[in-house]
Design a protein around this ligand. Sequence first.
Ligand code: AHG
Ligand code: MN
Ligand code: MN
Ligand code: MN
Length: 292
Amino acid sequence: MDHAADTFRTDLMTITRHVLNEQSRHPESRGDLTILLSHIVLGCKFVASAVNKAGLAKLTGLAGETNVQGEEQKKLDVLSNEVFVNALVSSGRTCVLVSEEDEKATFVDPKLRGKYCVCFDPLDGSSNIDCGVSIGTIFGIYMIKNQDTVTLEEVLQPGKDMIAAGYCMYGSSCTLVLSTGNGVNGFTLDPSLGEFIMTHPDIKIPPKGKIYSVNEGNAKNWDTPTAKYVEKCKYPTDGSSPKSLRYIGSMVADVHRTLLYGGIFLYPADKKSPSGKLRVMYEVFPMSFLME
Ligand code: AHG
Ligand code: MN
Ligand code: MN
Ligand code: MN
């Protein structure tokens, strides 16, 4: 007779169970990061559900405002931002929040203040919302250095000083990838349980990959070394096969595929964006933390 465990997973490693396990490795911990992460997970579940019904619930299209990057905000950008700000503030564990959609950092009311700072991109890949292509959320968490006088310096720390980072991809399934500094693990949302279950333990990027991922529409603005590198991906001179091109235009999805399949994702600086398009605090640092 079949054993139930052959068909169903019966010993579920939920994200909460995993984070509690990680916490127990630090006996001095009081569970503050666990509480913060559970609020972030709630935000991800909310956005996952909104994304699923976006076309039905009139959540597609523009919100009517422009953000500090000069981009027209989509309704889902604004909604997701609101959800995450509320979830983070109400966790009682944060003090400074930096979001792509807010011009200024949010300093949490001292009554609700905790020791963590969170930089986040509430909805990454906004251009893909209205056609139902994968989008995501990115977050990076720092520990505050000085709890008495909270200043912007707290979020202007080097990326390597982050204590945790992750992203959630709202794709053909909803996947949350998280690191608290000890390996990288992936969890898939089981919609019937409303729980993220570990499906990708201890993710390691394959050392070699067959894919390059870049917006080649920007090629005319690239510098020569970048152009030469991409040319080599297509016309290798060492006898190897040409690489395949995959580009979604949502960093979360492009990085997720790169993490699982290997290869390279790049958004090089160019004449149009001399410092690069991707934003260091809430896109590049968290993703680099996970990649490293
Ligand atoms: P966002 O939707 O949060 O503003 O980020 C968009 C970013 C990133 O997700 C993606 O890799 C890149 O912009 C795509 O840019 P192009 O459309 O210029 O390729
Ligand atoms: Mn944007
Ligand atoms: Mn983004
Ligand atoms: Mn965004």
